[in-house]
Design a protein around this ligand. Sequence first.
Ligand code: PMT
Length: 234
Amino acid sequence: ALTYDLRGTRVLITAGGTREPLDPVRYLGNRSSGKQGFALARAASHRGATVTLIAGATAELAVPSGVELIPVVTAAQMSEEIAKRSDEADVVIMAAAVADFRPVSVADSKIKKGSAGPAPIELTTNPDILRSLVAARTAGEVAASTVIVGFAAETGDATGGVLDHGREKLARKGCDLLVVNAVGDGKAFGTDDNTGWLLAATGTETALPLGSKTLMASRILDAVTDLLPVDRCS
Ligand code: PMT
């Protein structure tokens, strides 16, 4: 049965990968398809939420009906679009794969091969959007009731540290929920299925068995709903 348990809730979701340009034709990017973020947007919209989807590079995906799409390219642009809207969001879900680093400079014209062999690429650190958002909430610029959900893409398996990395990341990022995805070996990035754990700041840890990204989205939204204030629809 359809439930509209997110009616009256404003949900901000990021999806896809950022692309950090090197020159007019090259960039540093990643394998995110945007499927998980789009599945979250569709599921939240079905449950009655007002959804804004900030998307970097994705596979060719249909924008879920009723969802506002804000296309971006770089981490800096994604950060800017989040900052503009986070004070009006009840929920922020960061499913995007954001580049941690970007080239220090972007060449105006295509970088030539040169005779001295490959030139090193100098990188600088991108803003951490999730941490900035949590900091803004702590500073009172974002409502204390705003639910913040992060994702973590970790290589390995449960015994190989995926969970430990996830726990460490949850503490470091300070979000309310962290979806830990096991990646590598063709897992999660670009696929239709996903698996992992849902870690809550309260200490609750829930295994997310292998299932479609749609199913994953509904499990994540169930956990979000539990954290929302009860009077939000009034
Ligand atoms: O797009 P799909 O093909 O469907 O694949 C889904 C997915 C595997 C990309 C997705 O489920 C996922 O795990 N996304 C997070 C990938 C990632 O970049 O994780 P991370 O461990 O590097 O980042 C941790 C969190 O901080 C993420 O919520 C990320 O959005 C955020 N972040 C990271 C870096 C940065 N500079 N700013 C951020 O806000």
